[in-house]
Design a binder for this molecule. Sequence first.
Ligand code: ADP
Length: 541
Amino acid sequence: MQGLMQRGELLISGIIRHAARHHGTTEIVSRRDDGRIDRTDYAAIEVRACRLGSALRALGVQPGERVATLAMNSDRHLECYFGISGIGAVCNTINPRLSQDDIAYIAAHAEDALIFADPALLPIVAAVAPKLGGMLRGVVVLAPPAEMPECRLPAGIALHCYETLLAQTAPLPEWPVFDENTAAGLCYTSGTTGRPKGVLYSHRSTLLHAMMMTFADTAGLRAVDRVLPIVPMFHVNAWGLPFSAPMAGATLILPGRQLDPASLLALLNGERATLAGGVPTVWLGILNHLRQSGESFATLRRVMSGGSAFPRALMAEYAARGVHVAHAWGMTESSPVVTWNAPKPATVALDADAQLDQQACQGRTVFGVDVRAVNDAGEVPWDGATQGNLEFRGHWVASAYYRQPETAVGPEGWFPTGDVGVIDAEGFVTLTDRTKDLIKSGGEWISSIAIENIAVAHPDVAEAAAIAVPDAKWGERPLLIVVPREGRSPTPEAIRGFFAGRTPNWSVPDRVIIADSLPHGATGKVLKTELRRRYAAPDAP
Ligand code: ADP
């Protein structure tokens, strides 16, 4: 219709163009493997991403072709995000913590034409390359010439130096324009249940998700923020932070390989981070480090947490240290954020204790997506009590898996998450469990998340996991495995006693095992499959 608003394609290149033009001197900080800190800015990142776009074309990369990264969080990885998607190719971020078998499977399934790899991760590429013959044309090492490692690759796969490639290439004069529904990113699930599955993000979905993360009731990113994504850029695009930060003009602080608590705290404080995102395991480690060292947070005020439940007791401890922890829930299949925990008028009216209860749930649905809980009879009421299988749909939810025509998504777009939970009258979602982790005892469901939340509130407990063990009388019973805090030695009886009055008697774990550590998977989640193998198999101790 004549006189209607202008319309442009929602392209990822538009994000970096905006950041370069309006926040050109805003800092991007990268910590290298040797601990050195390098600084650049959005203007330089855009020029280099444009050089990369040209270089990719010179290497024959076509629109729609997949180009992989195997890299930690760094400025060069950020340039790959923008350079690869900017020319209409697809950036396939691969998780280097997966098994070599899974990495080879992903690169072959995606038919990656090139792999951009950190020097330290090159041995993985060398090991899987023989399985990728015929498809993989080259490996680009994310390093300057002086830091190029030795590497033998099969014939037909070329080895390139990233900085040499960029230096030899003139930047694209401008970013190409194409349909916003073009594929931009490809991220595989961690494959805890079978082979990894590919989720193909579009320019439009990525841009809308990034914009949502600047809402005041989500990450609320501002130009004065200094954002440290601890969550890796190979895991669901670091939850979209590398797109939201340049959109808002916020600084990115990229931590590289040193992800131990002391190194992270030094970077958070040394680089004056205001907001950071990471899985609960990371925040638990940092908290234990603070408890032991007596150090504190200098500037950090907000934490974004997801991937598994952040225990209520730890939220209280973070609040006492001046840091607000916001729970977000979602999956690789939803880009990932679907709910975010931010108050509503009804919840700010609650007393402090009830507010903390509220803060510990997974939050409420953000604009752009929708959530429901269903059982066999249909959608369950929002009464905070009736459990259902959680489903979501919306602008950044997958319609199917990549190159896997069979899909569980219903005709109306509802994606079955495999999570179980309740929704309250205000729309807040509380996750009970992943379906496969629920404990069914005598016809009642016991939430492992609820059991773990109580266990870590015990002053002697650092980390806890509850699993189901087969039981002749009840079908299943909960077993709790706890890792004590440094220097503490709680007894199983003391831990069991702590549950009295905090949960119904029938849901108190029958057995408590004290362990030195818990096994974690490639994305930081406790590996319950491994715990079940160790402790719930018929011949387990
Ligand atoms: P994976 O590849 O293992 O599926 P995801 O990061 O996509 O990795 O995992 C998504 C799952 O993580 C969700 O289905 C849910 O079970 C769990 N999860 C995500 N966020 C939260 C949260 N805030 N609280 C509890 N569990 C969460």
